[in-house]
Every structure is written in C-alpha cells, then in structure tokens.
Design a protein around this ligand. Structure first.
Ligand SMILES: [Zn+2]
Ligand SMILES: [Zn+2]
Length: 165
C-alpha cells in the first residue's frame, strides 16, 4: 500500500502517513522537515516571529510599525507616555516552552474600525479608552466638556487668598 503525499507529491509507503493510528495527508519526511523548520525559525529568527506577531495581532508590517513608532518618538499618540513607561501587555506568541519569544508591543496599533486603516500607535489604556467612548470624537469631546465643567466647580468654591486678589 502506498499513497501520494499532499505536500511533496511523492509516492511513499502508507506507513509514512500513519501517526498514532491516524492516516495523515503529508509523509513523515515532510512532517519532520516542517516541524524542524518551524522550531528553528521561531527560535533563531526573532524578526520573523515579530513580523508574524505584528501581522496576526494588528495586520501591520514591521516596517510600518517601526516608521510610525519613530514618527511618534516611541510615545502614545494621545497621552504622550513613552513606551518605556508602559506596562507590557501583549508578549506575542510564546515559545513552545511558554517563554516570550520576541520583543513585546508596548504601543498597540489603533485601527479605524470602519476602514481598517491604521490611525496610530497608542498605549493600551488610551486604546481601551477610545473603544469605551465608541471611537467617537463627539462623545469624547462631550466627556471632556463634562470633566472641565466639573473641574470649575471646586475651583470656584475653594478660591483661596490668591484667587480673591
Ligand atoms: Zn511528502
Ligand atoms: Zn496613552
């Protein structure tokens, strides 16, 4: 009994496709090659891992992330916090042993939800904040007006000597 491998298209004995009692689509040498390369790449090539993570998390290429990061001086585009001050949120896909595999993204990628266009890089808090306000400039401005209006009240009530001059 033999079978054609779906991957290398070579005919090999059926034995080569059996694993734990199941018949697989690719032959043993192909599976071994894929496995070895997968592990090797993920360990030896952090750039590739970073690119994969950026793509799977944010659908963005490393070049675009780095260009924006540079343009924003490594700071959140809203609150201005530097990425070194930010807590680590996403570590990317971990290694098989569970340890982080590449530099984490302290600044997350903010997308416009309708166009999917990248708007900028934000700290996690600001990014969540935008979402909480439905990504709406109107609602955010109303919230700012609300806060500013309430800030005025205590200032007027506790006007000290300096304020009375
Ligand atoms: Zn094969
Ligand atoms: Zn921020």
């Amino acid at each position: 009994m033999s079978k054609v491998c779906r991957r290398c298209e070579k005919t090999r004995p059926l034995d080569s496709f059996m694993k734990a009692g199941r018949e697989l689509l690719s032959c043993a040498p192909c599976r071994e090659y894929a496995r070895a390369n997968n592990h090797k790449n993920r360990r030896a090539n952090p750039d590739k891992v970073r690119a994969d993570n950026l793509w799977s998390f944010y659908r963005i290429r490393p070049q675009e992330y780095d260009a924006r990061r540079e343009a924003q001086d490594h700071r959140c585009a809203i609150c201005g916090k530097h990425e070194s001050e930010l807590r680590v949120r996403s570590r990317g896909r971990p290694r098989l042993d569970g340890t982080p595999n590449s530099e984490p993204f302290r600044l997350v990628v903010d997308h416009c939800h309708n166009s999917r266009r990248v708007r900028g890089l934000l700290c996690a808090e600001c990014n969540v904040g935008l979402g909480a306000f439905q990504d709406s400039p109107e609602v955010l401005m109303a919230a700012a007006r609300y806060l500013l209006a309430r800030e005025d009240v205590p200032l007027m009530l506790e006007s000290g000597p300096a304020m009375q001059a």
